[in-house]
Design a protein around this ligand. Structure first.
Ligand SMILES: [Zn+2]
Length: 292
């Protein structure tokens, strides 16, 4: 009877004993009893086994979770790397490739820009493939010295001579010849139009974003064609830049309709402008008009 009562107490205490919540004295009491009582020993063993099993299960669950987490992490890493790789490939294929082209043209252009203190530039303007105007610009000593505009259709030729304070304008037209002398107000623009934005990496990047680049030729000279479209009204601008020189050989404006094509072709000659080119024609043949 006494034994049975002890068993009851010990069995009540066993859960706390396993969880190590019991005091030293209680532990000694339980252990002494369990060593002498087969039944309680059996219960304790079963309880301990159960606990171990549960712990093992929990451990397994933990391992499984970590594995799953690691797998997810690996997938995320792979995805991120793939995205970065795709972006790099896209960059190299599109703006990167274009930036390399722009930079190489920029470098070649600069060589000519430095020689532009003496340059002759001829521009031929076509409308619907009819020659409308011819412009000839003579730059010498870093300044525009002479400018000739010819309109073959109207049989008009205007030749301007630029001096520090005045401009002499010799006009030949079917009605006769006139000479207009007027004060010079503005300094000339630089001879070579720089299409390369601001010659910086950022400028190069934005140019690569703004333009589509293809290849073509102008009178057999290989060019990159820089194209961009303005939405309203639908107008396409094509700038033909020579691969070897970085110089603009042609610009075309197409739109709003297919028939609206304005084409300008450019020719350059560096270091060939002489003082002789600046000789004015005999002014006595012209009717003088002074304009102040
Ligand atoms: Zn017992």
């Amino acid at each position: 009877m006494n034994e049975k009562k002890d068993c009851k107490i010990v069995q009540d205490l066993l859960p706390n004993y396993i969880d190590k919540l019991t005091s030293k004295e209680t532990n000694t009491y339980i252990e002494e009893h369990v060593n002498g009582c087969k039944e309680c020993k059996k219960i304790l063993d079963a309880m301990q086994k159960d606990i171990q099993l549960q712990e093992k299960k929990l451990e397994k669950k933990k391992v499984k979770y970590i594995k799953k987490y690691n797998h997810k992490l690996r997938i995320l890493k792979t995805t991120l790397l793939s995205i970065i790789l795709i972006l790099v490939v896209l960059f190299v294929a599109f703006p990167g490739r274009k930036m390399v082209i722009i930079k190489s043209l920029e470098d070649k252009f600069q060589v000519y820009e430095q020689q532009s203190d003496n340059v002759y530039i001829k521009a031929l303007m076509y409308n619907d493939s009819n020659l409308q105007f011819t412009y000839e610009n003579y730059y010498k000593d870093d300044d525009l010295k002479k400018y000739v505009m010819t309109n073959p259709e109207a049989d008009i030729k205007v030749t301007q001579y630029f001096y520090q304070n005045e401009i002499k304008q010799f006009i030949e037209e079917p009605e006769g010849k006139r000479l207009i002398i007027e004060p010079r107000k503005n300094a000339a623009l630089p001879p070579l139009m720089n299409y390369f934005y601001n010659d910086s990496l950022v400028g190069t990047f934005f140019m690569s974003m703004d333009y589509k680049i293809t290849t073509s030729d102008v009178n057999g000279r290989e060019c990159y064609v820089f194209s961009r479209t303005y939405a309203k009204p639908e107008t396409k601008i094509d700038i033909y830049i020579e691969k070897d020189t970085g110089l603009v050989l042609q610009s075309a404006q197409i739109g709003p309709t297919e028939e609206d094509i304005a084409l300008t072709q450019y020719e350059y000659s560096f270091g060939t402008v002489t003082d002789e080119d600046m000789q004015e024609p005999d002014a006595t043949e012209y009717r003088l008009i002074e304009d102040n």
